[in-house]
Design a protein around this ligand. Structure first.
Ligand code: SAM
Length: 298
């Protein structure tokens, strides 16, 4: 006869296995999540102990609600762009190391933990070189860039491939990402002279941003993986976003969902196409990476 703990682990494994069929999560992480939540809930552990079989347990409404609620909780946890406390503390250590030894080797190590901390950058990390090659072919002489909803991606920008670049304005409402950009810029001042991070919300508009930098408009705007997010979370801001003062815009969307094993390219394209149409601009070209498509707009 399995003891109570074995039974709980068995149930946690079964729930985890059904979760990972549809979501991008390791079986180990999911099992640990469900197990930790099961052992914390005495009414559920009693149900598990007294259940005659897994089949009987799976029909119990209290158990069914528990599973539904916790699958949702794990889904929302996975949907966070930024890493958990463990990856945060790894990142703080890497920052400290870079502060003590501001060499190119420690900057490269730091960039790995920074990218690992933000899912959007992590997803394209392996293809960064290709991404920036496309960008430099498109705009070899770019002087000014505004990156809206930038996350931590600006830290990975290879300025050496854009010799004319003077100003790269990195805007995001997420204060932690902006804090990180500032912290890295302060350690590697010469390397990031061109980078200007700012905590800013689309709702604040463009006037102050342009005024601060003495620019009427930017050569290039990057709106990477942002249009579908804003459409979902604050659709009223899309009009303001579309008024971005830039000669050329590169807008991206993803092909596969960040969390679900689901193809969402059609849905993302629909949102972006609508955005372009409403902005009164035209799509002039496209390129793509494994899990991201980019539309160039003028
Ligand atoms: C999916 S992430 C993309 C990050 C980055 N562009 C990349 O592709 O690596 C979306 C980003 O948009 C930012 N964001 C969402 N709504 C925003 C708003 N209203 N104003 C400014 N930034 C916003 C989020 O904080 C987040 O960093």
């Amino acid at each position: 006869m399995p003891d109570s703990n074995d039974k709980i682990l068995q149930v946690a494994s079964a729930v985890a296995a059904s979760f990972v069929k549809n979501y991008k999560c390791s079986l180990h992480e999911a099992t640990e999540f469900f197990y930790n939540n099961l052992v914390r809930d005495t009414s559920i552990t009693k149900l598990i102990e007294n259940a005659a079989s897994e089949k009987q347990l799976s029909k119990n409404s209290t158990f069914k609600n528990f599973v539904k609620q916790h699958k949702k909780e794990l889904y929302y946890k996975l949907r966070q762009y930024k890493g958990n406390d463990a990856s945060k503390s790894g990142l703080m250590q890497a920052l400290q190391l870079a502060q003590n030894d501001p060499s190119e080797a420690s900057r490269q190590a730091l960039l790995q933990s920074i990218a690992a901390f933000h899912v959007s950058s992590q997803e394209r990390l392996a293809q960064n070189e290709l991404f920036y090659r496309h960008l430099s072919q498109l705009m070899p002489d770019v002087h000014s860039i505004v990156d809206v909803g930038c996350g931590v991606q600006p830290l990975l920008f290879p300025q050496e491939n854009f010799p004319a670049m003077e100003k790269y304005l990195a805007l995001d409402k997420d204060k932690e990402s902006i804090w990180l950009l500032d912290a890295v810029k302060n350690i590697f001042k010469d390397r990031y002279r061109w980078l200007f991070p700012k905590a800013w919300n689309i709702g604040e508009g463009w006037k102050d941003v342009c005024h601060e930098h003495g620019l009427a408009d930017f050569d290039l705007a990057l709106i990477l993986k942002v249009v579908p997010v804003v459409k979902r979370t604050s659709p009223v801001l899309l009009e303001q976003l579309a008024a971005i003062p830039a000669k050329t815009i590169v807008i991206s969307g993803v092909k596969e969902s960040m969390v679900k094993k689901q193809d969402i390219e059609r849905k993302e394209r629909k949102a972006i196409d609508r955005f372009i149409k409403d902005s009164g601009r035209n799509a002039i070209a496209e390129f793509e990476l494994d899990n991201e498509f980019f539309i160039i707009v003028r």
